[in-house]
Design a protein around this ligand. Structure first.
Ligand code: GDP
Ligand code: IMO
Ligand code: MG
Length: 431
């Protein structure tokens, strides 16, 4: 896959609402890189990699961890849940994956605390029908604290008195919200303090100044792969607000979430699924609430890698993906899960949104406020052949080629790689 990355630092981003198959693609690209870094999100992510029928689901640790002699970094922009991290490390070690000197955690990453998860839970329950459908991993509340300057960072754990005073104050404040606003139980700051002091010892070997580590590595001409989590349409600014996550998912977030100069990101690679899925609430114009939607869910195994929730399924939405390509400056794309469409007689691509009598091909910024949006489709013939065993560009059925070319034309980008199954080996290089 060397020609796909052309010796450049590359940022890989999801171009839909997440779960595009980023984990699998990062695992493949890792071979050509030295350092793989997560720059945003937290354990709300679920990145699946399947190697020889063995399944790995990464939530916090970069998907590059499965390859030997690579550094994996959890950057400063990540919301770090130490409990989740320790569980993930244990799980990987059980499967004989080395986690040691190859893992580095930013000392300025913000920590997720039990009160963040509790707030996530309570706030979602309170919203009823208007809930976002979060993963309840405390992500929104953790980033809220970061911006409100009431967060606690990894490095704080190693100043016990400072940490204790800060935690006590913050928990007392959160408890007022739990008790008075939600009529819920208070949390004990002492318990949290003891637990997090124990975590601090366990994660200490990995903690470092990752900004300096990466700067040194880049100066030494090491190659960096930035692993985006979630999808661009869940971005806090450019997604379908307020049905989004709380971080900067897009390529710009990679600089902010690692401390690396934007000029050091040489290529942006977008991952898109051959159809669309979404977990949680929010607008989804090309959603299929019918048997076909159910079929795609079953055939594509569309159940959340983090929460197990069934994913909503629909046709490929080119209006939304075009928007994602623009806000990321995507240079090339990877098209995943083509095999899931193998049996379709015809395939639809959403090329416009209709409001009243007008059709737009620009993604509206206020989609969440416009439930009257109707998808406008272009229909193309299906190939009705098994593509899962394809490994060579010459094996691609002509109708599948035509589907890919149609997408390339509408989107104005080149599809550089095709994924035709969940396994590491199920890819076709189109370059
Ligand atoms: P991520 O969050 O973007 O890494 O994606 P997820 O891992 O949450 O979801 C993608 C799912 O599709 C996982 O179950 C993968 O194993 C699976 N997958 C990835 N690529 C392909 C593909 O080309 N075909 C099929 N059938 N499954 C795939
Ligand atoms: P990966 O990296 C799909 C969705 C949630 C919810 C919204 C906000 O595996 O693609 P949050 O817990 O972040 O506050 O939830 O964002 N969401 C994802 N959907 N894939 C993900 O990650 C997601 N991470 C968050 O379902 O709608
Ligand atoms: Mg996922």
């Amino acid at each position: 896959m060397e020609n796909l990355t052309m010796g450049s630092n590359t940022c890989l981003v999801g171009l839909q609402w997440g779960d595009e198959g980023k984990g699998k693609i990062v695992d493949i690209l890792t071979e050509s890189f030295d350092i793989i870094v997560r720059y945003q999100g937290g354990s709300n992510a679920g990145h699946t990699v399947i190697v020889n029928n063995e399944k790995f689901v990464l939530h916090l640790i970069p998907s590059g961890i499965l390859r030997k002699n690579k550094y994996c970094i959890i950057g400063s922009g990540v919301a770090l849940d130490p409990l989740q991290l320790l569980e993930e490390i244990a799980e990987l070690r059980k499967k004989n994956i080395e986690v040691g000197d190859n893992l580095r955690i930013s000392e300025i990453a913000h920590l997720v605390f039990p009160y963040h998860k509790k707030l996530d839970e309570l706030s979602e329950s309170e919203k009823g029908d208007e809930k976002i459908g979060t993963t309840r991993r405390g992500i929104g509340p953790c980033y809220t604290d970061k911006m409100a300057r009431t967060g606690i960072r990894v490095a704080d754990l190693y100043h016990p008195e400072h940490f204790k005073q800060r935690l006590k104050k913050i928990v007392e404040e959160k408890n007022r919200i739990f008790v008075r606003l939600y009529n819920a139980d208070a949390l004990s700051w002492e318990d949290i303090y003891d637990t997090y002091c124990a975590y601090a010892e366990q994660i200490k070997p990995y903690v470092c100044n990752t900004v300096v580590f990466m700067d040194d590595a880049i100066k030494a001409k090491k190659k960096v792969l930035f692993e985006g989590a979630q999808g661009s349409l869940l971005d806090v600014d450019f997604g379908t607000y307020p049905f989004i996550t709380s971080s900067s998912v897009t390529a710009g977030g990679a600089a902010v979430g690692t401390g690396i100069c934007p000029k050091q990101i040489h290529k942006v690679l977008g991952v898109m699924k051959s159809y669309t899925t979404r977990v949680g609430s929010g607008p989804f114009p090309s959603e299929l609430n019918d048997e076909l939607g159910e079929y795609l869910r079953k055939k594509g195994g569309e159940y959340g890698a983090t929460t197990g929730r069934p994913r909503r399924c629909g046709w490929f939405d080119a209006v939304a993906v075009k928007h994602a390509i623009m806000v990321n400056g995507v240079d090339g794309a990877v098209l995943t899960k083509l095999d899931v469409l193998d049996e379709q007689k015809t395939i639809k691509i959403c090329v416009g949104y209709k409001f009243a009598d007008k059709v737009y091909d620009l993604f509206p910024t206020d989609l969440a406020a416009r439930p009257d949006c109707q998808p406008v489709y272009k229909e193309v013939p299906g190939w009705q052949k098994d593509t899962s065993k394809m490994r060579d560009i010459r094996d691609i059925p002509s109708q599948a080629k035509s589907y890919i070319n149609t997408l390339e034309k509408i989107l104005g980008i080149r599809v550089e790689m095709l994924s035709v199954g969940p396994d590491r080996g199920q890819i076709v290089n189109l370059l």
